[in-house]
Design a binder for this molecule. Structure first.
Ligand code: ZN
Length: 384
């Protein structure tokens, strides 16, 4: 796999974020109101367009990335002939049962994919937004939108974007942010068939729908989560409204992070976790290198992988692999929220399904979603 190391710069001028703070802005700013109060914005279920994007890229400019990462192009992948033929069923530690319903999570993944591509600013994204707003509202979450505009990298036209925030436990002042991108890449530009790279259809079952489906499933567990922390889900738009090198990634997470800094909330996020490509039927989740190396996020990585070990979820491998640029970089470097990335960046041997037409539900599994969900849920429940 080898996407050459690219350096995608996030140049504000280039990308021209015509800022249009949306309601979410409002909600974010919402001054003295509680997250819950802020959440129910009128039109909370409105839709806007979004984009999708693949993770792992290099970009980011911003600041506090350790010198090493900032200067070295991230390796998009490494890949060493990883073939995980063996799929181990987690043995639960003691008698603890996994509360996550993998089958239901997988149904959510298929439901999202049935929409078709969910590219930022398209009707597919709007349908997904509607579905998600209804879903989380029904489960008792408070749904809010953070709207903004970006410039389409090809046409130059403004693209309506919207991050979706779901607040749980609005009364808790210490909070945790669980994030996934919900846009899909416009084209399967790593497809084996060169013709499909420019005209194919990218479904993004793993790269796009998996994180969303897992949050949809976790939504069932949130109301009864016993923790001193409140949880917010953040679905970011424009992670990869990208057609080629130079196009900016992470529009939604960057927007969110900048708003977080410029319009402080009445609470802070202690930790952030980005979920991306978490449904691979052949699951192997190594520790993403930036997450592990940043001093403020390393304890988070250790907590999560220790939780997995305690539960017997062997697919979480406590070794570093892959230097991935994903939404966590923005959340951590700009918003200063210590955020790690949970990603299986070995999607098929040599990551061969990544950004191809083969990224379909058939390459994913509910068992994988259940394992990742269990680790995340148990970590949420036990983090001090
Ligand atoms: Zn992608």
């Amino acid at each position: 796999m080898s996407e050459p190391e690219n350096v995608w710069r996030n140049n504000l001028p280039e990308l021209v974020l015509l800022a249009s703070v949306g309601m979410i802005g409002l909600l974010l700013l919402g001054g003295t109101r509680s997250p819950a109060q802020r959440g129910k914005t009128p039109g909370g279920a409105n839709v806007v367009g979004g984009t999708a994007g693949p993770p792992r890229r290099i970009n980011d400019l911003s600041s506090s990335v350790p010198a090493r990462s900032a200067s070295e192009p991230a390796k998009l992948l490494v890949d060493a002939d990883v073939r995980f033929a063996e799929w181990t069923t987690p043995v639960s530690a003691g008698s603890q049962a996994n509360p996550i319903d993998g089958q239901r999570a997988y149904e959510y993944l298929k439901q999202i994919c049935a929409i078709g591509p969910r590219i930022s600013g398209t009707p597919g994204m709007q349908r997904q937004q509607q579905l998600l707003a209804e879903h989380f509202d029904k489960l008792g979450g408070t749904v809010a939108w953070q709207r903004f505009r970006a410039r389409h990298p090809r046409s130059g036209q403004p693209v309506p974007m919207a991050n979706l925030l779901v607040h749980w436990h609005a009364d808790r002042q210490r909070r945790i942010l669980l994030c996934a991108h919900y846009d899909t890449r416009p084209l399967p530009d790593r497809d084996r068939n060169p013709g499909r790279r420019v005209s194919g259809r990218f479904l993004g079952a793993n790269d796009g729908a998996s994180g969303v489906a897992l949050l949809m499933e976790l939504g069932h567990q949130m109301p009864q989560l016993d923790s001193p922390y409140g949880v917010d889900f953040l679905l970011v738009d424009g992670e990869e409204l990208v057609y080629g090198r130079g196009d900016p990634y992470f529009l939604g997470s960057e927007w969110f992070a900048r708003q977080y800094v410029q319009q402080p909330l009445p609470y802070t996020y202690r930790w952030g976790v980005v979920l991306d490509m978490v449904a691979d039927a052949d699951l192997q989740i190594f520790q993403e290198k930036n997450s592990l190396w940043w001093r403020d996020t390393r304890p988070l990585v250790e907590q999560i992988w220790s939780t997995a070990a305690r539960l017997g979820v062997k697919e979480f491998v406590a070794r570093p692999k892959h230097d991935v640029r994903d939404d966590h970089v923005k959340l951590r470097n700009i918003a200063k929220i210590p955020t790690c990335n949970i990603i299986d960046f070995d999607f098929g041997a040599n990551n061969r399904y990544w950004h191809t037409e083969a990224d379909t539900p058939s390459k994913c599994s509910g068992e994988s979603l259940a394992k990742v969900g269990w680790v995340v849920y148990e970590w949420l429940r036990t983090t001090p």
